[in-house]
Every structure is written in C-alpha cells, then in structure tokens.
Design a protein. Structure first.
Length: 292
C-alpha cells in the first residue's frame, strides 16, 4: 500500500516530516531508480526500492534513549564548524536516531533520542502539552509578584506563553533557584521569560520529561529507556495528563459581599413615611435668577 514518502522516511528515523520533505526536494531520494524532487511523493515500502543518499531504506525497530547533555554540546545533525554534537555522545547506538526537541548549547540535561518519527512529532507538538521540568538558577531575588506573572504567562515576540508551574527551591538577594514545568517548546523560552524582568539565567538543566528523569544518569552519559518509560511516552503522546503536572491558578479575588449580612427588615415594624418639605411661594419667588 502506497504511503507518503516523507512519512516513511520519518518512521525510519531520518527526522521530522518537514525535514524529510526537504530531503525529497533536494533530490536525495530515489524510488525504483527514479530520482524524486516533487511533492506529493508516494511509495510502497513492501514493493518499491527506496534509496536514501545511495543507501537502501531499511525499516528499523523503534528505539528510545535519553542523554544527560553537558553544556557546550549542539543539537544538530551536521555542523560545518566541527563543534561537538549531542549525537556524538551516543557511540554505541547503531540505529539512525535523532533528538526529540532541542536544548541550547549552554543548557544541560535530559535529551531524548529515537527513530520513532510519529512519536517524536507528537511529543514536540504544543497541542499535546507534554510537561518538561527544568532546574533554573537565576540572578537576584525574584519577587513574588514577578513569579505570579511568570506562572500566568508573559508576552514574548511570538505571543503569550502558556501557564507554567514554578516552585521556589532557594532564594536570597544574590540568586533564586526554581523548578519550572513548561508545556511548550519555544526557543530559549525560560531565558527570555526571566530576562523580561531583569533576571539572567546562570544555569539551566532539563531534569524531567513527563515522569522520565535523569537523576541517576551522570553528565555526558546515556541509557536505553525501559518498557515502562516507553509506555509512558506513548501515553503522553495521547494527551494523558501526567500525575506530577499542576496547572497554576490565580488566587481568588476577595469577595465584595458583606462579611456579616445586613439584617432583614421586619415586615411588622412600622415604617415612617417619607416627608416632603415645600418652600413657601414667596421664598421661591425671592430666589435670584441665574444669569444667562
């Protein structure tokens, strides 16, 4: 059965579907000896011979790894400058894997690698709101009012950020350490949010993806996910809420109602009639007229 070629390439671990579309347009794919450079492109993996960069396409079994990325490592497939890449820290992985999402070069922590394209696309799509936890060290003491604004969402150049869960771990006049849970993946989002209020990020570590943690994984090391962890990833991709996620809600406004209700007026109590005081006609006529 014929399928879209970019879908087959993504499932084989060549990256996102958009990246695979670019590979097709660049003429890197041949089907039965014919080079394809237009979309849509269809192929049947059971019948057609698909070749990528001169190598036959092989459907690999999905694999899942996490890496505790150190600082100074870049999340890119190809770097002309020859800088250290995150994929270089997985020397024992024979499958063609790619990172799910990105971490800036100066950020550290959990980075997921897989060749499961459809799952990776869901985990990075903001519609599924996958929770990602970060341990952040910021300069200065962050006031409570600023924390409330960060929790509610702040305006950046591309729009307002989603609500975030923020817990203060330590705070003094020199620094503040926070645990921040985000459910979207904008470029340098946490750094830009805090810089908006004058607090530069000194250190940022992604510690969790859903329930999956790097607590016992040394910096620069990687490991294969367990079956329970893989199942948890698929649950996240279905939109199943994680138990550790907590949506921030603003504090309720004080009620405008009286603390002690006004006593009801007795129906049997006599009510004095309203009095109307009329001025005598002479006094009304003696009033000075207003000037026009």
């Amino acid at each position: 059965m014929k399928q879209r070629l970019q879908k087959l390439l993504a499932a084989a671990g060549f990256g996102s579907r958009r990246k695979c579309e670019e590979m097709i347009l660049d003429g890197r794919i041949t089907v039965n000896g014919h080079r394809l450079q237009t979309l849509p492109a269809l192929a049947d993996p059971d019948v057609d011979k698909i070749v990528v960069d001169g190598r036959p396409l092989q459907q690999e079994q999905p694999v899942y790894y996490i890496l505790n990325k150190p600082a100074g490592v870049f999340c890119t497939d190809h770097d002309p400058s020859g800088r250290r890449r995150a994929i270089d820290l997985l020397p024992g992985v024979s499958e063609r894997v790619f990172p799910v999402g990105r971490l800036e070069s100066d950020s550290m922590g959990l980075l997921l690698f897989t060749n499961d394209g459809p799952l990776a696309q869901k985990l990075t799509h903001p519609r599924f709101a996958v929770p990602k936890t970060y341990r952040v060290e910021a300069a200065g003491q962050i006031p409570r009012g600023v924390l409330d604004k960060l929790r509610a969402g702040v305006w950046l150049s591309e729009g307002r950020t989603r609500q975030a869960t923020i817990d203060v771990i330590h705070s003094n006049k020199d620094r503040t350490i926070l645990d921040i849970v985000l459910r979207e993946g904008r470029n340098r989002e946490i750094r830009r949010m805090l810089a908006k209020f004058g607090h530069n990020v000194r250190r940022l570590v992604r510690t969790q993806l859903g329930k999956i943690s790097i607590t016992k994984l040394p910096v620069g090391a990687y490991r294969r996910l367990t079956q329970e962890e893989v199942k948890h990833l698929h649950n996240l991709a279905k939109g199943a809420p994680a138990q550790e996620s907590r949506e921030w809600k603003p504090a309720p406004r004080p009620s405008s109602k009286r603390k002690y209700p006004r006593p009801a007026r007795s129906e049997t109590a006599p009510q004095s009639p309203r009095r109307t005081i009329l001025l005598p006609s002479s006094s009304r006529e003696s009033r000075p007229k207003r000037r026009p």
